[in-house]
Design a protein around this ligand. Structure first.
Ligand code: PHE
Length: 447
């Protein structure tokens, strides 16, 4: 059965597909507003530290778990765990994928509307207040956002039904280069605006007084969310990586791509925001309300606005693909569902839950749980709690309950992860990562 398992056909394909999963709304929509709300450059610095100190080793670990067991996330923990107990970690991953997909598809759907709005010039020439009004009228209207969400989920389902190589890999190989290209075009536009230095200073100049427990938790949560860690996405994709590929190099490439896109997005957004005197700490509406205003004030704004939202849509699509794959791989391998049937059923399931996230901007906006709307709750619970806690449990499982030799053997396939390099990696996974995760999770709960 294992030998029939499909996978990525090349290392480049694997890197682009996994980078596609990692690069998403997290980089272009979430990263800039998190940075804007958490002290600019100071946040970036902490973020960098988390990506390379904890993110890369964790990503390698997820790849080891996936490639070593040749399984979906539940199967992986079933095969690797000495007792059945660890299977819950896989189930945790499936639940996380479901919750993330449910709220993520809301914002992904918005990109479709905004592509249409900007291409047809409907956003251009509007007053500041009117742009904000368009966004709130649209998100509150329920029908259009829900329809777009449905569309987005359907497109994702179609790609996944084609399988790993013909669906995921093929789409990523085309879309990722397009994404980079469009992003660089946008960057050039933004830094050539008058007064762009202020935005660059905000992005790159750290103000250490802004760092506190909340910033740390926010940066950690953001790094996990952005690298898709702690919930099985990389376990699933890892299971499709060829044995001869280096997991260290693959993880490094993916993390560098992910970081690069986040920083490029920052370079697109902040200089433009400052140049036109807008508010950098606007929150989730930063790219949907602030940016259209920015585009309105620049020559060729209609074109740049359209390019930007197409970019956002592409980034979101390669990520929803990875979210759906986690769940579909599980149903195909553990429950023996057909891939195509599973794509349809799971997509409908996600839509049924996800539509409540859409409605939480409209009719359900006063329905608060712990003071948050359903959408905000799903976002917070997954990025700030489920992913860090999932990662913590994974490091405990791998660092303390799995024989070191098993890890060493799998991680050094196609690689030079032996000797000191392996020892450093193992030390991080066994001590540093769990300790850091524990401190940050607890301080997050206390603050
Ligand atoms: N990493 C994706 C992003 O940055 C989000 C994501 C999280 C995707 C977890 C899959 C799994 O947008």
């Amino acid at each position: 059965m294992d030998s029939k398992r499909n996978g990525f056909s090349s290392n480049v394909g694997a890197i682009l597909a996994a980078a596609g999963g990692a690069v998403g709304l997290g980089n272009i929509w979430r990263f800039p507003y998190m940075l804007g709300q958490n002290g600019g450059g100071a946040f970036l610095l902490v973020y960098l530290l988390f990506v390379f100190m904890i993110g890369v080793p964790l990503m390698m670990t997820e790849f080891v778990i996936g490639r070593g067991t040749q399984s979906n996330v539940v199967g992986a923990y079933r095969k690797l765990g000495t007792t059945k107990r660890w299977v819950f970690l896989g189930v945790f991953g499936i639940i996380a994928a479901f919750l993330i997909y449910a709220f993520y598809s809301v914002v992904a759907g918005w990109t479709l509307n905004y592509i249409v709005l900007s291409l047809s010039g409907q956003l251009s020439g509007l007053e500041k207040e009117t742009v904000a009004q368009v966004f709130s009228d649209f998100t509150q209207s329920s029908f259009w956002p829900a329809l777009s969400q449905f569309f987005f989920i359907a497109i994702t389902g179609i790609v996944i039904s084609f399988g790993v190589e013909k669906g995921i890999e093929r789409v990523s190989k085309v879309l990722m280069p397009v994404l980079f290209f469009l992003l660089v075009v946008m960057c050039v536009r933004s830094i050539t605006l008058p007064g762009s230095e202020k935005g660059l200073l905000f992005l790159f100049k750290p103000d250490f007084s802004k760092i506190n427990a909340n910033t740390l938790l926010a940066a950690l949560g953001q790094s996990f969310f952005s690298l898709s860690l702690g919930m099985g996405a990389m376990v699933t994709y890892g299971s499709y990586i060829r044995k001869q590929d280096s997991l260290l190099k693959t993880s490094n490439w993916i993390s560098v791509c992910d970081l690069l896109v986040a920083i490029l997005a920052g370079i697109v957004i902040f200089p433009a925001v400052f140049s036109f005197g807008m508010n950098p700490s606007a929150g989730p509406e930063l790219v949907y309300v602030v940016l259209p205003n920015v585009f309105n004030n620049m020559p060729g704004g209609v074109v740049f606005a359209s390019v930007f939202f197409i970019l956002l849509g592409i980034a979101a699509l390669t990520s929803t693909i990875s979210l759906l794959e986690i769940i579909v791989a599980f149903t195909v391998e553990e429950l023996n569902w057909k891939r195509s049937t599973s794509s349809v059923i799971v997509s409908f399931g996600v839509f049924l839950i996800g539509v409540f996230c859409t409605l939480s901007f409209g009719p359900l906006k006063d329905f608060l749980i712990f003071g948050r709307t359903i959408f905000e709750l799903f976002d917070l619970v997954t990025a700030s709690y489920i992913m860090p806690i999932g990662a913590l449990l994974m490091t405990i499982f791998i660092g303390w309950f799995t024989p070191k030799e098993v890890i060493k053997e799998e991680i050094s396939h196609g690689d030079s992860m032996k000797g000191i390099l392996f020892d450093i990696y193992y030390f991080i996974i066994r001590y540093i990562a769990p300790a850091a995760l524990l401190v940050i999770i607890i301080s997050g709960f206390l603050s």
